[in-house]
Every structure is written in C-alpha cells, then in structure tokens.
Design a protein around this ligand. Structure first.
Ligand code: FMN
Length: 204
C-alpha cells in the first residue's frame, strides 16, 4: 500500500475515510467480474443527491448500463483506448445534463416556483445545466468511492453519437461516461503529480 504524508489533522473526516475517498482512491482502468448491485447504485445516489447546485436544480441524469446488450451499443462510440476498460466494467454509467431541468423547479425550489420562468429559453439552460451537472459528476465519483468501488470517468467518446443512440431527440446531453466496479488486473496507471497548494490557491 502506498504511504502518504501524515493525514491532515485539520480535517474532521477520519484518516481512513480521507484515504478511501481521496488519497488512496484511484481512477481504475480495468475491473474485476464482481457485480455492482442495484442497491449499491441506489445507496450512491442517496448520498450524492445532497450535492449543492444552483437554485437546487439538480440537472444531472444517470443512465446505468448493466446488460451486455446495452454495453454493445456503447462500446463502438467510445474512443479506441477506452473500449477494453469499458468492456471489463460490471457497470457503466452515462452521466448527462438534462436541459429541461427547469420542469422540476416547482418540486425542488417550492418556495419560489416562479424562477422556472427564468429558464423559458433553451439557450439559457444549456450552459447552466452543464455547469451544475459537472459539479454533480464530481460528487458522483466521490459517492462511488464511498461505496468501496472504483470509478473510471471518461470523456473520450462521441457525445453526439451517444446522445443519438441512448437519448434520441430527448433532453439529455451526455457529459461523462463512468465505469464502476472493483479494480481488476493492473488497474492503475502511475499516480500523476498534483499541483502544489501555492500553485493553485491565492489568498488576498
Ligand atoms: C472528466 C474526466 C474525463 C476523463 N477521461 C478519460 C478518458 O477518456 N480516458 C481515460 O483513460 N481516462 C480518462 N480520465 C481519467 C484521468 O486521466 C484520471 O482520473 C487522472 O489522471 C487521475 O488519475 P488517478 O485518479 O488515478 O490519480 C478522465 C477523468 C476525468 C475526471
């Protein structure tokens, strides 16, 4: 197991949970046969649904591909280098932004349902839904890790083709495809360096 600098003492999260969610969590590139259950998928959603989004709009939608048949439809639309790992995963999730998220505003923003009218034009909803969905994608990856599973997020795929194949002319626009499962053989690339605090954080 990799050894790390002493876990940050200024965090409230227990050190082993810091490891599970962050320090020891890796992007998996191969997966074992061990299935991911529907209950695990639900547990992940029930955790990550608490992610903050602008006006609580929650535009992320997830299409879970479990069957061989569903996977066969996706594989040719993945970039070459992403096909084998996607074929090996017990579960692959297409994470998409719902550009018609505003239809749910009376449910998710009940104290001010009229803000729905701010989103009457689709052109005003596309970037908004993308920004907030991508925020939710980050939470989804952490949720997968919280379930003791590994995530393999990918943007190397033909998004327009995925939308046509799985969403037709509908309101969902694919953003990230995520493989989910227990790591398989040689699952990790070398850990790549992260930027230092001083390179990223400026305090005025
Ligand atoms: C939004 C996103 C898109 C990514 N797309 C791909 C991809 O298409 N193919 C791939 O092999 N890895 C992809 N990755 C994996 C990253 O290269 C990987 O998460 C990063 O190098 C960190 O690796 P680590 O978690 O093992 O430290 C993607 C990651 C993210 C978050």
């Amino acid at each position: 197991m990799t050894t790390f600098a002493e876990p940050a003492k200024d965090l409230q999260l227990p050190a082993e949970v810091q490891d599970l969610l962050f320090r020891e969590a890796r992007t998996a590139n191969s997966f074992s046969d061990e299935p991911v259950t529907d209950e695990q998928v639900r547990a992940i959603y029930e955790l990550v649904k608490w992610a903050p989004t602008s006006m609580n709009t929650q535009p992320l939608r997830a299409l879970v591909l479990r069957t061989e048949q569903a996977r066969r439809r996706l594989l040719p639309l993945m970039s070459e280098g992403n096909r084998a790992k996607t074929a090996s995963a017990p579960l692959t999730v297409i994470l998409a932004a719902d550009v018609d998220f505003h239809e749910h505003i009376p449910q998710v923003f009940p104290h001010n349902p009229g803000v729905k009218d701010l989103f009457a034009e689709e052109s005003g909803r596309v970037e908004f839904s993308k920004l907030n969905s991508l925020l939710q994608v980050g939470y989804f990856i952490i949720g997968v890790r919280a379930a003791g599973l590994a995530a393999g997020p990918m943007t190397g795929f033909d998004a327009a083709a995925v939308d046509r194949e799985f969403f037709g002319d509908g309101n969902r626009r694919s953003l990230v495809v995520v493989n989910v499962g227990k790591p398989g053989e040689n699952p990790w690339f070398d850990r790549l360096p992260r930027l230092d605090f001083e390179q990223v954080v400026e305090t005025l």
